[in-house]
Ligand binder design. Structure first.
Ligand code: KG4
Ligand code: ZN
Length: 412
């Protein structure tokens, strides 16, 4: 079965053709356009700007995903692109999967309404997908297959796109950033049930216990900011770029413990599976006021106000540690309590090397025979391939009339 998957829940516009062959999920194409440079200028996502970009690019991105899935390259003529895309959609695609929520309403509407239109015109079933669950299903994508070929496809698309116009929209941040195989994940194959799933992204932090694709239980989640959101906000306070997670990770490599910056891991001792990250931002602000600005409030949190490089690196090291420590502690506790030997991570924060390495190390130290799964880095942040993977393994098809964008969608 072959699916066209569409993801537009936040600032990315992504389309992918994903196929299930026996038990493997193969990504035939995955095209992701990010409006990140626009949001980097404002230090965060302005929802209306994100949706406006998505309206512009959803059709070109879908066409490119369809053509790339057949290795059709360098088509310049728009009419030809549309004719070929229609043909592939008509003849080869069995269903259309789309992220219905949670997410930004304007962004979700772009993907959902486009999917509904295609479903109606081409008479294909439509599969609604929960974005959060899809993050975990990035772990079911067959790694061997999705690797090298994507690189050349994305390079072509980038070239063509650059020829189209000069709008400052970056392509393929997923692939250009991290193309190498993640050795830890590679030999493991797909996760097996039961498992504990940790979703850590810019909008959510949740722990779930999965017995099967359809039988799972929510154990806990953040009470305020998500882990990625906390990193984004703290990065802004100390004058780093957006998104903050990768910036903090880069700086943390050069940081070390520093007695001026003692940040407590929020809720690390609590007897539940909940998280809270907004207090960490306050801890950072207070420490900066106290030790670097002599207690005088500046009223300006958008520039680093002259904080020296070493202090920034140390703050990053300690912020990352505070977040990673609590994520790991609660995830391992859940695995022990539910007696499972598989842990599955997903979401943008799961790209974090320290989180990956220390979770693997800590389970080993505790002599737990736990298999840890994290997605290939290019599938950690938002992408349509994970939406296709979920649809193929756990989705239910329905009529386009029953689908709607659900910004507040959760786990029921
Ligand atoms: O899953 P995602 O692409 O979007 C949401 O569904 O929210 O996650 C984006 C988040 C951002 O907050 C970003 O700062 C964070 O993931 N992130 C990271 C890393 N890469 C992205 N956080 C920590 N370390 C990273 N390497
Ligand atoms: Zn996401």
């Amino acid at each position: 079965m072959k699916i066209l998957a569409i993801e537009t829940s936040c600032d990315e516009t992504s389309a992918s053709v994903v196929e299930k062959k026996d038990n493997s999920i193969e990504v035939l194409s995955n095209i992701t356009l990010s409006s990140l440079p626009i949001h980097a200028k404002t230090g965060g996502i302005i929802p209306e700007n994100a949706a406006r970009e998505q309206v512009k690019f959803i059709i070109p991105v879908i066409c490119e995903a369809l053509l790339s899935s057949k290795e059709i390259k360098n088509k310049k003529d728009k009419k030809q692109i549309l004719t070929l895309s229609n043909k592939i959609l008509q003849e080869e695609i069995d269903a259309i999967a789309v992220t219905c929520g949670p997410g930004l309403i304007g962004s979700l509407l772009v993907g959902v309404e486009t999917a509904k239109t295609l479903s109606f015109i081409f008479n294909k079933p439509i599969i609604p997908v929960n974005h959060l669950l899809a993050h975990l299903y990035a772990n079911f994508i067959d790694i061997d297959q999705s690797n090298l070929s994507l690189r050349s496809r994305s390079a072509n698309w980038r070239r063509e796109r650059n020829n189209l116009d000069g709008i400052a929209t970056s392509f393929d941040k997923l692939r250009t950033r991290n193309d190498k195989l993640d050795a830890g994940r590679y030999p493991l194959g797909a996760p097996s049930f039961p498992f504990i799933g940790l979703i850590a992204s810019g909008g959510h932090t949740d722990l779930l216990y999965f017995k099967s694709h359809t039988n799972f239980k929510w154990l806990g989640g953040t009470r305020d900011d998500a882990a990625g959101e906390a990193m984004d906000k703290i990065a802004r306070i100390i004058g780093l770029g957006y998104p903050g997670g990768p910036e903090i990770e880069k700086r943390a490599k050069f940081g070390k413990p520093d007695e001026r910056f003692v940040f407590k891991s929020p809720m690390i001792g609590s007897d539940d599976f909940d998280f809270s990250f907004s207090g960490l931002k306050t801890q950072v602000m207070r420490a900066i006021q106290k030790h670097l600005r002599g207690g005088a409030p500046t009223g300006d949190d958008s520039s680093n106000g002259g904080i020296d490089e070493n202090s920034i690196n140390n703050i990053c090291f300690l912020v990352q540690k505070a977040i990673v420590d609590v994520l790991i502690k609660k995830t391992i506790r859940a695995a022990k309590l539910y007696n499972v030997s598989t842990i599955v991570l997903g979401g943008g924060v799961s790209a974090n090397e320290t989180l990956r390495r220390q979770l693997s190390q800590k389970t080993k130290d505790k002599r737990l025979k736990t298999k840890i799964f994290f997605p290939e880095k290019k599938f950690c942040t938002d992408n349509a391939a994970m939406v296709g993977a979920y649809a193929l393994l756990a989705g239910n098809s329905t009529s386009w009339k029953k689908i709607k964008a659900q910004p507040e969608l959760y786990f029921d």
